[in-house]
Ligand binder design. Structure first.
Ligand SMILES: [Fe+2]
Length: 332
């Protein structure tokens, strides 16, 4: 809650200026001065409580996308004919999503025999669209993000499956070969298809990092295309939340936390702010411990703040959105 009007004492001196968030210390100050009511700024964003988590796209749509991405990737030097099909699917997905409210980064696990590469490409395409929506990007850029996500790892078709799926540690030479996929993907897309240059840039720059530690060029901040900065976050988030041959997936909270640790270092702050509006650190069904020592289970989400869900405890229901003194200290 944000204070809408200045709070003054009996002499007319301003005690607390408007615009200040009402944290515990401010409430204590109000109590000390025996001020029992204040004006609160009406929130422009209405909170919606969610009791279930809806997939970004239906299972049928994902399976069709996976199948079409697989076809496109298998014809490494004849992709153009597949692009129209992928473009139509992406436009359908964007059209459906912009009609929905509160679209979150959520996809049920897919028990698919498909290779990780195709599943990952589709997830990154869908997640990039959702983050782009949270940034209020125009329709055209949402479609570009979908295509950029689907094709971001296209260069991996040039890497042997032995290296891509290797269970043990990669040698330096193997790791360098994998790193080539960004530039190789760009070149392949450029020579083979009449693609929008921004889609090629997402393939080229999705491993660039804001502090210059990425590849292939090691460029900084706004030198990286703004759509590639979105695909970078979607790519890492999907990789962290998926089981791989060499490690198990992280919990939702750990993945969200890790992405946030990369804020301003690896990732663009505006993208991270949008990501935090749609990523679910505490999914419904997740068991948590609160700071007063009580255990509970997440039974609902608040669209205004996904870090403060609704918890069912043995003592009753607690909505963390309205309990400033309570917080989650652990998940199980
Ligand atoms: Fe990649």
């Amino acid at each position: 809650m944000i204070l809408a009007q200045d709070v003054v004492d009996k002499y007319g001196r301003i005690l607390i200026a408007s615009g200040i968030p009402l944290k515990r210390e401010i409430l204590n100050l109000l109590e000390k001065h025996e001020i029992v009511s204040v004006f609160i700024r009406k929130s422009k964003v209405e909170n919606i409580q969610m009791e279930s988590m809806e997939d970004v796209a239906s299972m049928a749509t994902r399976l069709k996308l996976i199948s079409n991405v697989k076809d496109a990737f298998s014809k490494a030097y004849g992709i153009a004919e597949h692009l129209v099909v992928l473009q139509n699917y992406v436009e359908d997905v964007v059209h459906t999503l912009i009609k929905r409210k509160n679209v979150l980064l959520y996809l049920q696990d897919l028990d698919s025999a498909s290779d990780y590469l195709f599943l990952h490409s589709v997830n990154v395409g869908l997640f990039s669209i959702v983050i782009g929506m949270a940034m209020n990007l125009p329709h055209e850029e949402l479609c570009l993000l979908g295509m950029g996500g689907l094709l971001h790892d296209f260069g991996k078709t040039s890497i042997s499956s032995e290296i891509l799926n290797k269970q043990g540690q990669l040698t330096l030479a193997e790791f360098n070969e994998i790193k080539e996929h960004a530039a190789v993907g760009y070149k392949m897309l450029k020579t083979d298809a009449q693609l929008d240059y921004r889609i090629m840039f997402m393939a080229l720059q999705h491993h660039e990092r804001c502090n210059g530690s990425g590849y292939p060029w090691g460029i900084l901040n706004d030198k990286i295309h703004h759509l590639a900065r979105i695909v970078a976050v979607a790519d890492v988030y999907d990789a962290l939340t998926t089981d791989r041959v060499y490690r198990s997936r992280l919990s939702s909270f750990a993945a969200v936390q890790m992405i946030n640790e990369g804020d301003r270092i690896h990732f663009d702050s505006h993208v991270i702010a949008a990501f935090n509006k749609v990523a679910i650190p505490y999914p419904i069904g997740c068991c948590v411990t609160l700071n007063h020592g009580k255990d509970g289970k997440v039974i609902g989400l608040n669209s205004m703040d996904l870090f403060r869900p609704i918890i069912s405890t043995q003592q009753g229901m607690v909505n963390l959105l309205h309990e400033a003194d309570l917080s989650i200290i652990a998940t199980r």
